[in-house]
Design a protein. Structure first.
Length: 239
């Protein structure tokens, strides 16, 4: 899983460096797939329940699961990119949101708060803690900044499958839920909306948007509880 995490981190960095206004999300998808395969890994998402691409690319009011294609990213867009890779049968899963070109201060504040919500969730994540400790830390921070956390989509256990138990919600109460144990790995993935938490799925059967059309941001890391403590397997310098 450490190797899968390193591949995902490299793919995130390669795509983040490449993003320019005027590019299509399909071009970004190709860059990610080339990097993942160059490093000897396999994309996790391609073919997953029929998903047609290597990454998810979700723009502005799109929260998650956007399908890359001919859509062009423009200056001022909020771009959420989600990556998964398999090495030796083990998955890693990670996402980040970035502004394309210059984004509004409000949009940048949402991005910064979502990154910080993930950091606070990870701070609570250690063997012996409970899932609810993570959920509460994410929710409390997000709501303190005036944002709402998405309810319908949550983080998850990860390993030989992309999505395993337990669920890791971005809302909840400390001291509740399953206990984290050494040997487990989970993906923590706060999705913060500038407006309400309600979501809607588009007719493409994948793309999830905010019900009220407000902006949304998403950060995700895969972390493992090992003899070394809590390891963030998908960390990059860039994102
Ligand atoms: Mg993901
Ligand atoms: Mg995930």
């Amino acid at each position: 899983m450490r190797q899968a995490g390193r591949v995902v981190a490299a793919a995130k960095a390669a795509v983040a460096l490449a993003v320019r206004p005027g590019m299509t999300t399909g071009e970004l998808d190709r860059i990610a797939e080339e990097e993942i395969r160059r490093l000897g890994a396999t994309p996790s998402f391609k073919g997953y329940h029929g998903f047609p691409a290597t990454i998810c690319a979700s723009i502005n009011e799109e929260i998650v699961h956007g399908i890359p294609g001919a859509r062009v990213v423009h200056d001022g867009d909020l771009l959420s990119l989600d990556f998964g890779a398999i090495v030796g049968g083990f998955h890693a899963d990670s996402a980040f949101t970035m502004g394309v070109g210059q984004v509004s201060p409000d949009a940048q504040a949402l991005v910064d708060a979502t990154r910080e919500a993930l950091r606070r969730g990870i701070q609570q994540a250690r063997a012996g803690a409970r899932i609810g400790d993570i959920s509460a830390a994410v929710q409390e921070y997000a709501e303190s900044k005036g944002y709402q956390v998405v309810r319908q989509y949550v983080g998850h256990g990860i390993g030989r499958a992309l999505h395993e138990d337990p669920q890791v919600p971005n809302f909840g109460l400390p001291g509740r839920g399953p206990v984290l144990r050494e040997g487990m790995a989970i993906a923590i993935e706060p999705m913060l909306n500038m407006g309400g938490w309600q979501t809607r799925q588009l007719d493409d059967g994948w793309t999830v948007v905010t019900a009220d059309g407000s902006l949304s941001a998403h950060f995700e890391d895969t972390i493992a509880f090992t003899e070394r403590g809590t390891e963030v397997l998908t960390a990059t310098m860039a994102a």
